[in-house]
Design a protein around this ligand. Structure first.
Ligand code: F6P
Length: 529
């Protein structure tokens, strides 16, 4: 079988961590395969377990011995993870490049008057009590927004709307600037009973601005100018820009500059979710997140789920050279969760400079991807089992579901994947290969890390706890890497260059670099063929 040389551990990111980091690097040189770890530690299957409210983590299939787990706990203390999370909650200027606090956690700690007012307004629409100026109830809501102004609310609506006692209006999400998005929606909407939400903290994101202009032009033609006073609302920190579109003050739901887009589901960005699911759902979402916040702030590293997951992420990424992470929920309701986490993790921690501007010494955000199981088993799992890159996996598994037989099949598949990744051909359940010609083809190396996150059944509390869990995991990793998880300068340059390319596409002269000129001329040729 091919063998690959062991990876050299990354360099330590900060002096305070140096001695523990060095000890971990020593451990990385002789990591025992998982099947040997289980044999050597008879309690392992039961011991590597942590719980927070309805969520339980089984991390026994992570390649970390007792000694490594002890050192990872020490790393958490050296990096002062508890203290740094407390500082975040207390409003420290944690986002140093923009001189801002990050207040998403504080926002769910106590419901504010603004939150209660927004939820009361949303509830009237949710229950069908709100009437438009022409006496219609709202049947459809279109949220125009992208990034955090789309991923959070669409996740909550997709996961929870079907569970709410009253099924609120249909919710649609217009995010991509591709004109086909709006065109496809227009055929399904009644302009008289559709509410439009422009959700944009900056109110200047080009995709959102263009979609909003196109939607308003369509509605102006269908419903006359006055519809804007009645059925156009904004979620933004730039109230003046919203007013300029003719949006009434009582329909402008403010959000603070200190709420990052990828953390904004805790702000007024939740509006479409509150309308679709009702405020009880949002209250439960916040309650679930608060339970996880307290757990993250108080529990020691060895019992603290987000801290354990962050530390195991660091172990895999910085010491064992595994720079990707797959998220595989065996739960259809969580089918949008990998997309949501992609922004949370990769926009937060996809950084190459430390907080002081010096270059990082180690790998930062893993490449995060994934999709629901068991679908993935019939596409990318082959590569997880026998590919040459080892990708750690986080499985999400609900304990209950009906009908039982079908749910049992779902769970059996999830557990079998975790076991097979860990043990491969070393599993006592693996049959010996009878055909010698296929022996190597059928060999499963095993020793591939995964964790199981389990919960009774998906509901709003569980989803709130899951979102908060990954926020804290992401933050803890950023603290160890000494990077700022709350800015996103890397997306700016591409945005600016697209503004230079736009006029040239529509025929204006400009002096663009050669590669862009060539691509544009190919497109022009194809477009006129
Ligand atoms: O793409 C960068 C980004 O700034 C994200 O962080 C943000 O969620 C998204 O754009 C949308 O921003 P806005 O809410 O200001 O339109």
């Amino acid at each position: 079988m091919p063998t690959f040389s062991p990876t050299t551990p990354d360099r330590c990111p900060q002096p305070a961590l140096a001695s523990t980091w060095q000890a971990l690097a020593g451990q990385a040189a002789h990591v025992e395969p998982l099947y040997q770890l289980f044999a050597a530690e008879p309690e392992r299957a039961h011991a590597c377990f942590a719980q927070c409210g309805p969520l339980a983590l089984d991390y026994s299939r992570q390649p970390a011995s007792d000694a490594v787990l002890g050192l990872l706990s020490q790393l958490a203390m050296d990096a002062q993870l508890h203290e740094r999370l407390r500082a975040l909650l207390d409003g420290a200027i944690i986002n140093n490049t923009e001189q801002r606090a990050a207040t998403h956690m504080a926002l769910r700690a106590n419901a504010t008057d603004a939150t209660e007012k927004r939820w009361a307004w949303a509830d009237r629409i949710h229950r069908g009590e709100h009437r438009t100026a022409n006496g219609h109830t709202i049947t459809d809501v279109v949220n125009i927004g992208i990034g955090g102004s789309f991923l959070g609310p669409s996740l909550v609506v997709d996961a929870l709307q079907s569970l709410s006692a009253i099924r609120g209006p249909r919710c649609h999400f217009l995010s991509n600037v591709d004109p086909q998005g709006l065109q496809a929606l227009q055929d399904t909407l009644d302009p008289a009973s559709t509410l439009w939400i422009i959700s944009s903290k900056s109110f200047s994101t080009p995709e959102t601005t263009l979609n909003a202009q196109a939607a308003c032009a369509w509605m102006d033609a269908q419903a006359g100018k006055d519809w804007r006073k009645d059925r156009l609302v904004a979620v933004t920190s730039k109230a003046d820009a919203a007013r300029a579109l003719g949006i009434m003050d009582e329909h402008i739901f403010p959000m603070d500059e200190s709420i990052g887009g990828r953390y904004s589901i805790w702000s007024a960005v939740d509006l479409p979710a509150a309308i679709a699911c009702g405020s009880d759902t949002l209250r439960a979402l916040h309650a679930g997140a608060r339970t996880m916040d307290q757990h993250a702030l108080q529990e020691p590293p060895s019992d603290n789920i987000p801290m354990l997951m962050a530390l195991l992420g660091i172990w895999n990424n910085n010491f064992l050279g595994r720079h990707a992470l797959a998220i595989v929920p065996y739960d259809n309701r969580l089918r949008l969760f990998p997309d949501y986490l992609q922004q949370l993790v990769m926009e937060s921690n996809g950084k190459r400079t430390q907080r002081d501007g010096s270059p990082v010494t180690c790998h930062t955000a893993p490449v995060l991807w994934g999709s629901i199981g068991s679908n993935g088993q019939h596409s990318f799992h082959q590569c997880l089992h026998q590919g040459t890159s080892v990708v750690p996996v986080e499985f999400l598994v609900p304990a209950r579901g009906t009908p039982q037989a079908q749910h049992d099949c779902l769970v059996a598949n999830a557990l079998a994947q975790a076991h097979t990744l860990a043990f491969g051909s070393h599993s006592p359940l693996a049959a010996a290969t009878d055909d010698p010609a296929l022996k190597t083809h059928k060999h499963m190396p095993g020793n591939r890390p995964s964790s199981l996150l389990m919960y009774p059944q998906l509901n709003a509390e569980v989803l709130g706890a899951l979102i908060a869990l990954y926020e804290h995991k992401t933050f803890f990793e950023s603290v160890i890497w000494n990077i700022n998880a709350f800015d996103q300068w890397g997306v700016e340059l591409g945005k600016r260059i697209s503004q230079s390319v736009m006029p040239v596409l529509s025929g204006k002269e400009a002096n663009l670099p050669e590669d862009l000129q060539a691509s544009i001329s190919y497109l022009h040729t194809l477009g006129s063929s």
